[in-house]
Design a protein around this ligand. Structure first.
Ligand SMILES: Nc1ncnc2c1ncn2[C@@H]1O[C@H](COP(=O)(O)OP(=O)(O)OP(=O)(O)O)[C@@H](O)[C@H]1O
Length: 532
């Protein structure tokens, strides 16, 4: 499995001379002893217990060995039944990682590299990339490797399907850096030592090393439950909002601080679940007044009305009203600009001066599909202001859209964070996630319709998009949040919102089957339907 050293440019001719037989014999014995000692130390997890059992057999009689084995098996079974999580963490997956490294990857590595054209020959010597580590989990195997000279991660991306099938999976994801390494805060006595160790291990950029993830069980095929209500933070960390699950079984955290978020996906792709996952993560902050959500639902309240008490402002019935909400957000932004300029570079939320999240359910309805030119210009100018200047001032925009084309979403590039759910065409993937994203593995157009809420995101500044699934926030969850996490300062008077507050849609108290029929303007509705 270990790649041979790469050839030097100059090859020296080795000299041939005769050795006496005794010297040859001694040399062979030394080599065998060296290899045996190396084997014992390298596989100490196996050789250690084997020596222990042998020692026990000699000293206490061979009958004790099976008794001890039965006792150990019983203890392990008890551990597994009593605390499955720690058993998996400390026994199952370390064992599976070593087993698979030895059985699957060691045996199959060289022929696979050769068959995929990832090794090369120099004279009679064959060279192939070296496996550094294998870490198995319920999601699959994470294989770290060192590339050969002349290779880049792109070489492996182009061969990902061949690699996957060679090692008995359907999906192999290629990452140029490490996966699932997020800096953690360590406390306690050992904290400084652990932090130093992690810095040493992960802190250095190693461009020659890369990661292959062989996806074995698709965790994202399961619905990800919404975060439990007792785990909703009262002061949400805007840099780490828990909103779902990643394909490598790590929780998915969305960064809302300093960014705007664009959610793109075909109809039924689960844009609603992204919105409500974010709302659930923000709910504690909404109740304590640290966060205000100003919601705009051009679909006549179909998507958002169920949680209307959580919104500080809610525009759903008239486009003028929606434009008004955006103008007000710009006013807040300008006022903050005047107040904070020269004092701080980043707004800090307080209940008097909260973070404002402008939430737009179907952005195209406010821009491309809008026939009133003046109103469209007004909305576009407000959106452009918010998107270009709002981030540092604590005014963030989260917008959902079905069609990500530039003609439809002019401001696509002003959204630093983009989420690509299921899409209808492969070109749309690069439009949303950036040029080359599909080539690097974001196959959003191949997500089946049976997996709503699954999509791709660019995370941690890594070039390769990560496959994720957002939590499934049901109508019951939304109703519960609406009752328990209402916004304390909902705006219920004033020119724009008076109209809204008096005519807010009432949501029937049954399940989603009881959703209201849309009150969207007829022309707008027709255009949207044509797109669906
Ligand atoms: N993360 C998820 N897990 C499981 N089911 C989901 C998830 N997200 C959405 N669904 C289900 O998929 C269906 C469509 O979801 P949703 O309405 O959010 O899609 P959408 O993209 O907003 O569609 P549209 O554009 O038509 O409004 C719903 O029945 C919903 O219950």
């Amino acid at each position: 499995m270990a790649g041979r050293r790469e050839p030097q440019l100059v090859r020296l001719q080795s000299s041939v001379f005769a050795l006496p037989r005794w010297a040859l014999l001694i040399g062979l014995i030394i080599r065998c002893v060296f290899r045996a000692v190396r084997f014992v130390f390298r596989y100490w997890r196996v050789t250690g217990p084997a020596f222990l059992l042998a020692w026990l057999g000699f000293n206490a009689g061979w009958k004790t060995v099976p008794i001890l084995l039965v006792l150990v098996a019983a203890a392990l079974s008890g551990w597994r039944v009593g605390h499955r999580e720690s058993f998996d963490r400390w026994v199952r997956w370390p064992f599976a990682s070593r087993w698979r490294r030895w059985w699957l990857y060691r045996r199959g590595w060289e022929p696979t590299m050769r068959a995929c054209g990832l090794s090369f020959a120099h004279g009679s010597e064959q060279y192939w990339p070296r496996v550094l580590s294998v870490a198995s989990s319920v999601a699959g195997d994470v294989v770290r490797l060192r590339m050969l000279r002349g290779q880049t991660p792109e070489h492996y991306t182009g061969k990902s399907a061949e690699l996957a099938y060679s090692f008995g999976t359907r999906l192999c994801r290629v990452f140029s850096g490490r996966v699932n390494v997020s800096p953690r805060v360590h406390s306690g006595r050992l904290g400084a030592v652990v932090a130093w160790w992690e810095r040493r291990k992960y802190g250095r950029d190693r461009p020659t090393e890369m990661t292959l993830v062989f996806v074995r069980g698709d965790l994202l095929a399961y619905v990800v439950p919404a975060i439990a209500s007792d785990r909703i933070a009262s002061a949400p960390d805007l840099a780490r909002l828990p909103v779902g699950l990643r394909e490598d079984n790590a929780p998915l955290h969305l960064v809302l601080a300093q960014t705007h978020v664009l959610i793109a996906g075909a109809t039924g792709a689960g844009k609603g679940s992204v919105i409500w996952s974010i709302m659930r993560a923000l709910a504690g902050g909404i109740r304590s007044g640290l966060v205000q959500v100003w919601a705009i639902d051009p679909k006549g309240g179909m998507e958002l009305a169920m949680g209307q008490r959580m919104f500080a402002r809610f525009a759903y019935s008239s486009l003028t009203e929606m434009a008004g909400v955006l103008d007000q957000a710009v006013d807040v932004m300008r006022e903050r600009q005047n107040r904070l300029a020269g004092a701080v570079r980043q707004h800090t939320p307080t209940p008097q001066d909260p973070t404002i999240v402008v939430l737009v359910d179907e952005l195209a309805a406010l821009t491309a599909y809008l026939t009133d030119k003046d109103l469209r210009a007004r909305i576009e100018s407000a959106l452009a202001m918010l998107l270009s200047q709002g981030r540092a001032l604590g005014v963030h925009v989260i917008a959902a859209v079905q069609d990500p084309r530039k003609e439809v979403v002019k401001f696509r590039d002003l959204f630093p964070t983009r989420i690509g759910l299921r899409m209808t065409e492969d070109q749309q993937v690069d439009m949303v996630l950036g040029a080359g994203a599909r080539k690097r593995g974001a196959l959003a157009d191949q997500i089946p319709a049976s997996l709503p809420g699954v999509g791709y995101m660019v995370l941690d500044q890594r070039p390769e998009p990560v496959r994720v699934r957002f939590t499934h926030v049901t109508d019951e969850h939304i109703r519960d949040m609406n009752a328990r996490f209402a916004c304390p300062n909902a705006y219920r008077s004033g020119s724009v919102d008076q109209e809204a507050s008096t005519s807010r849609p009432t949501v029937p108290a049954q399940t989603s089957a009881g959703r209201r029929t849309t009150v969207m303007p007829a022309g707008l509705l027709d255009k949207l339907r044509a797109e669906q």
